[in-house]
Design a protein around this ligand. Structure first.
Ligand code: MRU
Length: 366
């Protein structure tokens, strides 16, 4: 998508063909800063400290990380160590494991001197594939927005979203935002309710920044507002992303997604989850039981960062000194609360049969 009129992706290879560049998302929305990742340690830091985040982008970045490790040492032991280091950076988003497995499977059979070039090429393909997948999710999700628009001719379609499942969470387009961008381009009047998404405020800081750049009408709300809006008929559709979806259609996404799904069910608001197929974990069925939920530093809850009135970036404490905090990064929305899964191959019910109808090649393996 465009930043200041220039088309950008969230990750791109450096001109030297040996390093990769990313947008430092910890600086948004106040500053647009790009960072070059030169070493495996820098890639690990970028994922862990959330300079880059969002399940698909974590996967693409990890793929480049493995390539960078092989550039410096293409041995079997280096491959294994880099895989383990990258895999441990964030536990919930399955795209991380998917991308690492994919690159490792391609390079492990090769002689060491060929591994870097092969891994680098595969990382670039993963990035390109992500763009195409999200564009395709967009075309399928666009039909849902078209139908909602047809139910209220001449009126604005209001979409509620949570966290940042926008282009910043992917290589481009976003998952939940791809249908919104396409609807906006198609001239369908669309407005987005943006959940701020405490504690890290990926909605207030990132989704709002994206939509603002792209001229899509939107309003930032605190996380507790969605239910009230739904009770008053002010939400037509919910579109969220996911970090891991099970073979039965349970959806793990940013903490608070489950509460939005409950409110949507209670108010008859369609609740769609937009996901690329690498986000499906075909090895597990019960999301509540089996998805590892990341616990992050309590300081993300007890403190908040923003721009002070004098223009400087400031971090302030919002809890009393000494009050304990807990910081679960994700929750699981059971499939029964999900109206449909919007994938690159189309929209399916959130169920094993629904997913297998779109991905029949998985039938034997489940
Ligand atoms: O902790 P984050 O910012 O990586 O969490 C991101 C989300 O929860 C997104 O909604 C999810 O990755 C889907 S993104 C296309």
């Amino acid at each position: 998508m465009k930043v200041g009129g220039i088309h950008r992706r969230t990750i791109w290879p450096g001109e030297d063909g040996r390093t990769v560049e990313v947008i430092d998302q910890t600086k948004l929305p106040h500053a647009f800063v790009t960072v070059r990742l030169r070493t495996l340690a820098e890639v690990v830091h970028a994922i862990r400290a959330m300079l880059i985040r969002g399940a698909p982008l974590i996967g693409a970045t990890a793929a480049y990380g493995l390539a960078i490790a092989l550039r410096d040492d293409p041995s079997d032991s280096s491959l294994a160590a880099a895989y383990d280091l990258l895999h441990a950076t964030r536990p919930t988003a399955i795209n991380l494991r998917w991308a690492l497995d994919d690159v490792r499977a391609k390079v492990a059979p090769l002689p060491p001197k060929e591994r870097f070039a092969a891994a680098w090429a595969r990382a670039a393909e993963i990035a390109d594939e992500d763009v195409a997948i999200n564009r395709s999710i967009g075309t399928h999700g666009l039909e849902l927005i078209r139908k909602a628009a047809a139910r209220k001719p001449g009126k604005t379609v209001n979409v509620l979203t949570h966290c940042n499942a926008g282009w910043l969470a992917t290589v481009d387009w976003g998952t939940a935002t791809a249908p919104i961008y396409l609807a906006h381009e198609a001239g369908i009047p669309v407005h987005v309710w943006v959940d701020e998404t405490r504690p890290r405020n990926q909605g207030a800081g990132l989704t709002a920044w994206e939509l603002n750049n792209h001229g899509v009408p939107h309003t930032v709300i605190v996380d507790n507002t969605g239910g009230h809006l739904m009770q008053h008929g002010k939400v037509d559709l919910c579109f969220v992303g996911t970090d891991r979806t099970t073979a039965e259609g349970d959806v793990c996404n940013k903490i608070g997604t489950y509460l939005k799904a409950l409110a949507a069910k209670d108010n008859g608001v369609p609740f769609y989850v937009c996901l690329p197929s690498p986000t499906i974990d075909w090895t597990i069925r019960d999301g509540v039981r089996d998805v590892p939920i990341e616990e992050r530093d309590g300081a993300e809850v007890s403190k908040i960062t923003g721009r002070a009135e004098d223009g400087s970036i400031a971090t302030v404490q919002v809890t009393p000194e000494g009050s304990p905090v807990v910081n679960y990064g994700f929750d699981v929305t059971p499939a029964r609360l999900v109206t449909g899964l919007v994938t690159e191959r189309g929209v399916a019910p959130a169920s094993a049969d629904g997913l297998l109808s779109l991905f029949p090649e998985r039938r034997k393996r489940v």
